[in-house]
Design a protein around this ligand. Structure first.
Ligand code: SF4
Ligand code: SF4
Ligand code: SF4
Length: 252
């Protein structure tokens, strides 16, 4: 980036940040909630989605590593990871895997709370994206995501998350994690196309999504996923441990 462009972007972000701080202070003084300057979500023409067949996942973390290196994701934060659940009492024990990434929700709370319009759902393919030139790093969206799939990037000073590898899919390539998965547990495609592999999988299998009750309508679907949480009462007398980068424990 040239010095001139960098200076222009910094000024734009500082302007937006100050404008928002001003609005927030004025609203606080008036003792009313901070307004959510909601961006409307239009039904996209296509909807990119991912089907994750957990029967084929071997927990090798190749997808998480590919994602990290594709985007130079800083240490300590993640666009994608693989959770595992250890469950049962010796000798009857089981480990299951649950790969995680942004769900590119059809009703994305992260988009609705963003005060600058820096994050939105694309009308052409339904991917939820972030414009880092507009993002002021206020972290509202990070708080709003019920899946903990956003993080604050300390290098860019903005929100960050999976974008379904836009730089690859716009050139007809598969996302990096899909390309790397040796078990073909991650399948990517357009669910509005009935002939796509994701559509065929959805027609053939009973699938689940994460936290369906939140009404976010995720576009990442799981085949035979184990959504068990440590807090579930039916497992009170059974050893169970979920290894994850999530802050929120709930998975249903
Ligand atoms: S998973 Fe989180 S970050 Fe992704 S679209 Fe849904 S609410 Fe937004
Ligand atoms: S941190 Fe999130 S909510 Fe705040 S401006 Fe950036 S994208 Fe929008
Ligand atoms: S689609 Fe791209 S950004 Fe998203 S989890 Fe896979 S590699 Fe990471």
């Amino acid at each position: 980036m040239t010095d001139k462009k960098e200076t222009a972007l910094t000024s734009r972000r500082n302007f937006l940040k100050k404008a928002l701080e001003g609005a927030t202070a004025a609203t606080a003084a008036a003792s009313v909630p901070v307004p959510a300057l909601a961006t409307a979500v239009t039904k996209p023409k296509k909807q990119y989605a991912m089907v994750i067949d957990t029967r084929r996942c071997i927990g090798c973390h190749a997808c998480s590593v590919a994602c990290k290196s594709e985007f130079d994701v800083p240490l300590g934060v993640y666009r994608s990871w693989v959770e595992y659940t250890d469950k049962g009492d010796y000798p009857s024990v089981q480990r299951t895997f649950l790969p995680r990434l942004c769900n590119h929700c059809s009703e994305p709370p992260c988009v609705y709370v963003c005060p600058t319009g820096a994050t939105w759902k694309r009308e052409d393919n339904g991917v939820v994206v972030i414009d880092k030139d507009i993002c002021i790093g206020c972290k509202y969206c990070i708080q709003a995501c019920p899946y903990d799939m956003r993080f604050y990037n300390p290098v860019t000073g903005t929100a960050d998350k999976c974008d379904f590898c836009e730089h690859r899919t716009s050139r007809g390539l598969e996302p990096s994690c899909v390309n790397t998965c040796q078990g073909r547990a991650r399948i990517f495609g357009d669910i509005t196309d009935p002939e796509s592999e994701v559509s065929r999988l959805l027609a053939k299998h009973s699938v689940t999504v994460l936290r369906e009750g939140m009404g976010t309508h995720p576009n990442v679907y799981y085949i035979e996923a184990d959504h068990t949480d440590e807090s579930e009462k039916e497992y009170r007398d059974t050893y169970i441990r979920v290894t994850t980068h999530r802050k929120i424990k709930e998975r249903r």
